[in-house]
Design a protein around this ligand. Structure first.
Ligand code: URA
Length: 203
């Protein structure tokens, strides 16, 4: 299923409606995978017939989409994690240097106990993710409690992130070949944000 959805996202003939639908569905699958990495606690409940034990998530969860592409994953994650708070990190990539600048930041209070899921579909150089992870750590998040969810990664960018933050957990279904000289992932899927938000259409 993940492969079929990724293929739809990669195909340049995919319409904006199909792209959004595939991103939403893949986001739901990734949210379910991320859920498996969060700490659970055992609780006692009663079914209509008997006492039994069940599980529930132990900690507060903060979802942090990196603007703007991360927004595409927010809805499917909120579908599963309805009580999560949401923080935003806005990082704008300079097209020439690929260096990211922080232009927006709004975060709920973070405690070391909180689970944090960082959302950004594309890992190119890894620069934006590293900046966002540094900010999250500065604001009180614990590296061990951060799950980073992406859709496609370039190998070098992914390695940079793993080296800088060896204790975070990373979910990324596709690791592609390389970056081109414009820092786009090859084969990749093009500019995720442009395709999801429709900003690649002239006018
Ligand atoms: N961001 C994208 O949207 N696509 C890439 O290929 C790289 C970064």
């Amino acid at each position: 299923m993940k492969e079929a959805l990724l293929t739809t996202l990669r195909n340049k003939k995919t319409s904006i409606a199909q792209f959004r639908q595939a991103a939403e569905k893949l986001g739901l699958i990734l949210a379910a995978e991320a859920a498996q990495l969060l700490e659970q606690e055992t609780i006692s409940i009663e079914t209509p017939l008997a006492k039994t034990e069940g599980g529930q998530f132990k900690n507060n969860l903060v979802l942090v989409p990196i603007l703007r592409s991360g927004i595409a994953l927010l809805n499917p994650f909120l579908h599963f994690f309805q009580r999560a708070s949401v923080g935003f990190v806005g990082l704008q990539r300079d097209e020439k240097t690929a260096v990211a600048e922080l232009y927006y930041y709004k975060m709920p209070p973070l405690s070391a106990q909180d689970d944090v899921i960082l959302l950004d579909p594309m890992i190119a150089t890894g620069g934006s993710a590293i900046d966002a992870l540094n900010i999250l750590k500065e604001k009180g998040a614990h590296e061990e409690k951060i799950v980073f969810v992406a859709i496609v990664a370039a190998p070098d960018g992914l390695e940079r992130i793993k080296k800088a933050f060896p204790k975070i957990k990373i979910i990324v279904p596709a690791i592609d070949e390389r970056l081109n000289n414009k820092k786009f992932i090859i084969p990749g899927l093009g500019d995720f944000g442009d395709r999801f938000f429709g900003t690649d259409v002239p006018g």
